[in-house]
Each structure stands twice: as C-alpha cells, then as structure tokens.
Ligand binder design. Structure first.
Ligand SMILES: N[C@@H](CCC(=O)N[C@@H](CS)C(=O)NCC(=O)O)C(=O)O
Length: 381
C-alpha cells in the first residue's frame, strides 16, 4: 500500500492554496496533482458528496474535501509542528482568523480575478491543461468556459456587484496596508511561526491575489513584506529558519501590529456573522430540522469604514464562526472570564452574545446540528 497522500487541486484554487501550504509545512508525504474533469465532476463527488476542490485522498483511501476537516484530520496523524496554539487567546484568534481568511476574503479574490480580463489567459491555460490534459485546445477552452461561467455566477451573491467594486477595492487597499505593516515586523501572523491563521489567509493570497497577473502587480507588488510572506508560506518548511525566533509570541501575547487587523475583523466580519445568525435563527422557526439549509439566504449589510457592503448570508460562514467561539465557551470558567475581558478590550464582545442554533457542516453547506434538532429550535449560546 502506498504511504503517500494525494491532494487534488489547482494552483488557481483558493482553498488548494490553503491546504497545499499546510500539508507541505507538516511534511506530509504528498503527491500534489491537478484535478481533472473526471475527478472533479464524478470521482470526487462520489467520494465526498460535492463538486469542489481541493480533495485529499489518504494512503488508506479516506477522501475528504473541506479544508477545516482536512487540517483537523492531519493534525491527529502528524503531531509535529502543530498549527493550533494551546493558549486560549492565540487559539481563539487562530480559529477566528481561519473563519475570516476562508469566508470574508472570497469577494476580494473573486473581484480581482473576474473583473480584469488580463487574468483569463492564465486561468484558461492552467484550468484547460488540468481538466482535459492532452486534449485539443478548443475542447479544453470549452470546458474552462463552462467552469468560468459557473464561478462568475457566484459573483453577485458574494457581493461582487458593479456598484460595490470601488468600495471593496478601497477596503482591500486599506487591509493590505495593515498586513504589510504587520509583516514588516513579524514573519507570520502570530509571530515567528505559521499558525492556522496564516494557512487560511493563503487561500486568498496565493492563487488569487499573489498569482493572478492584475492583483499580483497592482495590489501585492507594492507591498514587499506581504509578497515575501506569500512566497515564504508557499515554500514551507524550507523558508522557515528553525534556528531563529521560530515561535509564537510568549505568554499568549499577540503582535501589536495584528491588533488593528483583529479589531477590524470584529467590527466587520463580526457584523456579517451576526447578520447571518439572525437570518438562521428566523429560519429555525419553520425550516425542517433535518433538511440541509440553503447555501445562501438574504443579503446582510456590513458596515465598513468606507461604506456599507452587502453580500448574501451563508449559513456555512456561521458554522465556521461558531467553531471559533467554542474555543472560548469551552474554557474553564476563570480563563473564559479572562478571554471575555480581553474581547471587550479589543471590540469583540458582541461575538459572545450571538445567539443562533448550533450548525454542522454538510458538504459546502450547513444544517442544524443533531443537538439542535433534538432540542427542537433551541438556540446555542
Ligand atoms: N469551505 C470549503 C470550500 C471549498 C471550495 O469552495 N472550493 C472551491 C474552489 S477554491 C470550489 O471548488 N468551489 C466550487 C463551488 O463552490 O461550487 C473548504 O474549506 O474547503
């Protein structure tokens, strides 16, 4: 039996960027292969229930698709180089920034890719060769066009709408400035060593912002420390200097330069999560408890410094946020109290009063968890 793991994913893909960087860091024996049309549309769907990438196949032929499920599984088998800190604050921040990196940044990645036609030749080339390797160009191009149509179809729901383009770019430039300031001081988000938060942010930064020609030139090149972080993350562990300060900050501290970023996530992503929670709660009154929730609901209005941004609520995002909040609510009482005080200081206390039914993941979507189902429409606190 082979002892190697196999990841199916493209360099173009958001979540493959996250998972690939992580698996390399963990030194998982890995075959990193492209997804072809057959694996994407048929085999992967049969094994995991959804058409999505990346997919991971283990040597013992277990298949998985969700990036969070994937790292949790790998952490249980590969104990070296854990990516989730054990101290309460850093642990919560890692999980919260995972949710932010995975969910918040999707519109930015999609806008920068699909609003600029100069990105399409790379997409067509890479996706064409991956989907139908060795086939005639015109068939490859046709297959790519179908995938591109499907992906472009998601733009309005995630908030990429012409009237919001400027707003989102202004936000992006502000945030990239904050990230640049941070990476000028620190090699990774929590200090000298990568954590779950870094891998998640690689989703946006590797395949989309750092590799598509327009954003790589216009948005990333002006930020050299951010550029170096992307390149470092793409080549772990080789780019990690084990002898220097390769640790998260001591005493559960967080880098000062991370704080403005974190505050922004609480204000903005926190508002998005609260908006989704309100819609999911309202749905719980009449939605059949055993039926998967819709992938998208109504719009949520999110206040940014630059204006109000609207995108459709996705229950899946709430599921991810609930996992982060769990890192606080499951703490022993005295540490939970300390964490609550800290959240008040950094503007994140509203997260603790989000009252919504407990969710679990179902493929790319979410459903009420079995605990919620057993309690009728009872809410998690
Ligand atoms: N949240 C999932 C999402 C996986 C995902 O959305 N992958 C994208 C490509 S980067 C995809 O295949 N999307 C297909 C679709 O949404 O229909 C994860 O963490 O793995």
């Amino acid at each position: 039996m082979s002892t190697r793991y196999r990841m199916y994913g493209w360099h173009l893909s958001y979540f493959a960027g996250k998972v690939r960087s992580y698996l390399k860091y963990k030194r998982v024996p890995l075959d990193d292969v492209d997804v072809n049309l057959f694996v994407l549309m048929w085999l992967g769907k049969r094994k995991t229930g959804v058409v999505a990438m990346p997919l991971l196949q283990t040597p013992d032929d277990i298949w998985m698709q969700d990036s969070s499920e994937t790292w949790q599984f790998i952490e249980s088998r590969f104990k070296d180089r854990p990516i989730l800190p054990t101290s309460p604050r850093q642990r919560f921040v890692s999980l919260w920034l995972e949710a932010w990196g995975d969910e918040w940044w999707i519109p930015i990645a999609m806008q920068t890719r699909w609003r600029h036609s100069e990105n399409y030749p790379l997409f067509e080339h890479d996706a064409g060769n991956a989907l139908l390797p060795g086939w005639p160009g015109f068939l490859q191009r046709r297959a790519v066009a179908r995938i591109a149509r499907r992906l472009r179809g998601y733009l309005p729901a995630v908030g990429v709408r012409p009237e919001q383009d400027e707003l989102l770019m202004a936000w992006t430039r502000r945030m990239l400035g904050l990230l640049e300031a941070h990476f000028t001081e620190h090699a990774f988000l929590l200090g000298g060593r990568p954590s779950l938060a870094d891998f998640s942010l690689m989703g946006t930064m590797y395949g989309h912002l750092g590799r598509d020609p327009w954003p790589a030139r216009e948005l990333i090149a002006p930020h050299p420390h951010l550029r170096s972080w992307i390149d470092r993350m793409a080549d772990l562990p080789n780019s990690l200097d084990e002898t220097s300060e390769s640790a998260w900050l001591a005493n559960d501290e967080l880098p000062v330069t991370l704080m403005p970023i974190l505050r922004t996530t609480f204000e903005e992503f926190g508002a998005q999560v609260a908006g989704i929670a309100a819609q999911v709660s309202a749905l719980a009154a009449h939605w059949p408890m055993d039926k998967r929730l819709p992938r998208i609901l109504e719009d949520v209005a999110i206040p940014l410094q630059e204006g109000t941004f609207r995108r459709a609520a996705m229950p899946y995002t709430l599921w991810m946020a609930q996992r982060a909040v769990d890192a606080i609510t499951t703490l022993p009482e005295s540490s939970a109290l300390d964490m609550r005080r800290w959240l008040v200081d950094v503007g994140g206390e509203a997260l603790l009063s989000i009252d919504a039914p407990r969710l679990e993941r179902d493929g790319l979507q979410a459903r009420f968890s079995s605990a919620t189902r057993n309690r009728g429409t009872a809410h998690a606190t």
